[in-house]
Write a protein that binds this ligand. Structure first.
Ligand code: HEC
Length: 134
């Protein structure tokens, strides 16, 4: 009996730890994504094409990881619309990188906004709710 209780407690503890680690991981990604997004907006505004391209590459990576987390990790709040927004913001950041590689700064400004809207769609539904729990 004692053994069973021990196994039960250990199982619960490891589930809590895994969930907590996934949230920390997600928070780091969001902070990185936000910083890269703002810096890229500055680069595009100032016409620094190469600097903007570097950041766009990083945003492609970050948004891919966000998508990965939503699809695979957060089973407690894995919901279809969140997964779709994660996929959408990743796709939009790939398009943004393509446009920057073609050197079109005006189109890049519009694509950056479209990417931000995809990120924002998810925030509208999931960010405030999660903040109040912190
Ligand atoms: C699938 C949903 C989803 C998508 C897509 C998403 N986010 Fe988030 N984001 C969240 C949630 C939930 C939080 C609040 C919890 C946290 O910070 O971990 C958050 C928080 C943030 C924060 C605030 C971090 C802080 O300092 O508190 C920033 C900045 C951010 N996201 C940037 C982005 C950017 C940029 C993108 C698009 C490339 C993006 N997010 C896409 C769900 C999402």
């Amino acid at each position: 009996m004692k053994y069973r209780i021990g196994v039960f407690v250990l199982t619960i503890l490891s589930l809590v730890t895994v969930g907590w680690a996934a949230e920390l991981c997600q928070h780091d990604l969001m902070v990185r994504g936000g910083a890269v997004y703002l810096a890229m907006r500055g680069d595009i505004g100032a016409g620094n094409l190469e600097a903007a391209q570097l950041k766009a590459r990083e945003l492609v990576d970050v948004s891919k990881e966000i998508q990965y987390l939503w699809v695979t990790q957060n089973t407690n709040w894995q919901v279809d619309d969140g997964v779709e927004w994660a996929q959408d913001s990743h796709q939009k950041s790939i398009e943004l990188l393509k446009i920057l590689e073609e050197g079109d700064l005006d189109a890049a400004a519009a694509a950056l906004q479209a990417t931000g809207q995809a990120c924002g769609a998810c925030h509208q539904k999931y960010r405030p709710a999660r903040r109040t729990r912190q």
